[in-house]
Write a protein that binds this ligand. Structure first.
Ligand SMILES: Nc1nc2c(ncn2[C@@H]2O[C@H](COP(=O)(O)OP(=O)(O)OP(=O)(O)O)[C@@H](O)[C@H]2O)c(=O)[nH]1
Ligand SMILES: [Mg+2]
Length: 207
């Protein structure tokens, strides 16, 4: 989180995290498409240098945009802006996840409802915990929401069952579909509520 005094905004970093092909980019794209034009940056890919001395010069790609959320009121007496990030495409290096999660304020974990993907969901949930630990952070206490995609596919389990099997701390679970937007506004609202709850009341004091 950082405050931008010039824009009078509090910025939160929200990371969308989960297995390959679960729908991270499609979810970001849906949120971006439905935000008013004057409140958002372009949806962009950003190439990052991976922070790994054994693989010098290697890069990975993130997808990113930011948007202001005046409808959610204020946090610390400033308007709320969220910066949404996800890794994009094949993830070859663990250090890219750690870079992504550095300074994270909230995580949206996306899980794939297809039964064949349950091991992948759990593996990514485990790596989320591990990367945060490497960064000196704990999952408990970090605002967290779960979005379950592809629930309408053949061979899928219901969202609650998928979400509850991840081994993550109890958190709101949403049945989402980034191709139609089902569940996404509700999930976003839960993320922002959790972010606001995490910031102590009291406003900004000049010192
Ligand atoms: N019908 C349907 N399609 C979905 C759903 N969730 C994801 N998809 C599709 O699954 C495909 C993969 O989605 P992406 O958004 O590219 O997934 P990703 O997590 O960004 O994938 P990587 O960046 O490669 O890890 C896209 O064609 C999405 O439209 C869903 O709930 N329903
Ligand atoms: Mg992607």
């Amino acid at each position: 989180m950082f405050t931008d005094a010039f824009a009078d905004e509090t910025n939160f970093r929200v990371v969308f995290y989960g297995p390959a092909y679960v729908g991270k980019t499609a979810t970001l794209r849906y949120i971006h498409q439905h935000a008013p034009p004057d409140r958002k940056s372009k949806l962009s890919t950003v190439t990052i240098n991976i922070d790994d001395p054994s693989h010098p010069g290697e890069t990975e790609t993130t997808v990113w945009f930011d948007m202001s959320l005046p409808e959610y009121g204020e946090s610390n007496a400033r308007k709320i802006r969220i910066n949404l990030y996800a890794l994009h495409g094949p993830v070859n290096y663990e250090s890219s996840s750690r870079l992504l999660l550095k300074g994270v304020d909230a995580v949206v974990f996306l899980a794939d409802a297809q039964r064949a993907r349950q091991d992948a969901n759990r593996w990514w949930a485990m790596t989320l915990r591990e990367h945060l630990a490497e960064l000196g952070r704990e999952l408990a206490g970090l605002p967290l929401c779960v979005g379950v995609t592809k629930t309408s596919f053949e061979g899928s389990d219901p969202a609650l069952r998928v979400g509850n099997a991840l081994g993550l701390p109890a958190s709101p679970i949403f049945d989402i579909d980034p191709t139609t937007g089902r569940g996404i506004p509700e999930m976003l609202a839960a993320v922002v509520t959790a972010l606001k709850d995490g910031v102590a009341e009291g406003g900004v004091a000049e010192i």
